[in-house]
Design a protein around this ligand. Sequence first.
Ligand SMILES: *[C@@H]1O[C@H](CO)[C@@H](O)[C@H](O)[C@H]1NC(C)=O
Ligand SMILES: *[C@@H]1O[C@H](CO)[C@@H](O)[C@H](O)[C@H]1NC(C)=O
Ligand SMILES: *[C@@H]1O[C@H](CO)[C@@H](O)[C@H](O)[C@H]1NC(C)=O
Ligand SMILES: *[C@@H]1O[C@H](CO)[C@@H](O)[C@H](O)[C@H]1NC(C)=O
Ligand SMILES: *[C@@H]1O[C@H](CO)[C@@H](O)[C@H](O)[C@H]1NC(C)=O
Ligand SMILES: *[C@@H]1O[C@H](CO)[C@@H](O)[C@H](O)[C@H]1NC(C)=O
Ligand SMILES: *[C@@H]1O[C@H](CO)[C@@H](O)[C@H](O)[C@H]1NC(C)=O
Length: 368
Amino acid sequence: MASFRILTLLFVFFNLVLADCECGYSIITPSDDKRYVFTDILESDFVHLDITDTDKAKGYGGFGWAPQEFNMSSVVARGPYGEAFTPQNVISNNIADEQVFSGLGPRGGDAGLKLVVGSEIKKGMVPCADVSTTDVHYYHGTFRAGIKVTDVPGTCSAFFWYMNDTQEIDIEFLSAEFNKSNNTFPVNLVLQSEESKNNGFDASKTGDFKKIHLPFDPTTDFHEYRIDFLPDRVLFYADAQLLTEMKGTGVPSTPGNLQVSHWSNGNMGWSQGPPKTDATTVVSYVKAYFNSSSEARQKDYTLRCKDPSAPMAVCTIPDRNTTYFFGNVANMTPNQTTYHENNGRRARRWQSLPFAAAIATSTWVVGL
Ligand SMILES: *[C@@H]1O[C@H](CO)[C@@H](O)[C@H](O)[C@H]1NC(C)=O
Ligand SMILES: *[C@@H]1O[C@H](CO)[C@@H](O)[C@H](O)[C@H]1NC(C)=O
Ligand SMILES: *[C@@H]1O[C@H](CO)[C@@H](O)[C@H](O)[C@H]1NC(C)=O
Ligand SMILES: *[C@@H]1O[C@H](CO)[C@@H](O)[C@H](O)[C@H]1NC(C)=O
Ligand SMILES: *[C@@H]1O[C@H](CO)[C@@H](O)[C@H](O)[C@H]1NC(C)=O
Ligand SMILES: *[C@@H]1O[C@H](CO)[C@@H](O)[C@H](O)[C@H]1NC(C)=O
Ligand SMILES: *[C@@H]1O[C@H](CO)[C@@H](O)[C@H](O)[C@H]1NC(C)=O
């Protein structure tokens, strides 16, 4: 027992000294083996984190996210119906056991953040759901979401990076396009740009639109969908497999925020619907590793990162590990709590925390 304790302390010490990630988190692009480093992190584990609990969140956007409340008229929504985004359609369905990352939640169906599109039209609008990061300083980065898409036809489930209607990166699932009997499951990958605006926001008339057939049914399980927004291109992935890469003038040039939404407006050319029964898309997590455009955060980075070439100064982001969060490992998210104390980082106790941390250190943490 005593030697176990010493070993444990050694591991803790090792990690305090070395496992810092103080200079950021890195990826290597699959197409050309280039390394990119991002300085900031926001990991949101929606299986355990309740962003709708305003007490715990200490108010609007307390955990970096906020359910949105706004109406879009049918004219603005470009469909026969308007869209009413309401916080009531954003439901946190949390599992209490912090070691368990999947299964049924107490509010029915899969645990995670439920985004509901209602089947009952209210005042000409379809009830819809959207959650957005309250920070709008997300510049280049790698953005990942665990999502199980609804199988009710007639909605659009979207994971996207947004600045405005001509600076936008979208992953969109149209449930009406799915066909289980012939195994057809397309996902639409889009850059909204000046060019798509000039085509009446129909990106399919530009080069920055791809409909890709997924090799799995996105409605039966959670899968990881990912956007890498890089200075000269955007990469899209599903379960760590590169789907496509887009370059050129459609690549955004400003910071923005992250959103996950679920909506319908009856437009036969896109969402179709509205759905005949309430439709639910569930988000298990969003993990964002990014460069912030905030001057304060850039200054923090300069103070924090003494030597990017030091061993362990930059941590490698694991590929599609749905249960791995840097924030759950001791000392790997220094200076990253950007809203209030103990944010997305719950006071978590891994059963064997020091060992988990040590394994993470040896496997994923590499120097420059
Ligand atoms: C992010 O910011 C860091 C620090 O300024 C910089 O070294 C790095 O190259 C930036 N990453 C990208 C992808 O621009
Ligand atoms: C949206 O429209 C409904 C119905 O007209 C109205 O009750 C609600 O207050 C509106 N919400 C917002 C945020 O304007
Ligand atoms: C979006 O933002 C960019 C950069 O600020 C700007 O040039 C463009 O006109 C904006 N587009 C719209 C539709 O507002
Ligand atoms: C499969 O179903 C889709 C959607 O219903 C349809 O567009 C497509 O033509 C079908 N493909 C085949 C090979 O039947
Ligand atoms: C699904 O695919 C099957 C086989 O190709 C086809 O017969 C059926 O009409 C399709 N369903 C829809 C809703 O398009
Ligand atoms: C994912 O992360 C967890 C938690 O750190 C770890 O136990 C597990 O081995 C990792 N899985 C893979 C496939 O790397
Ligand atoms: C990061 O560290 C700097 C310097 O200690 C501090 O001023 C700043 O508030 C910290 N920021 C966060 C988000 O922890």
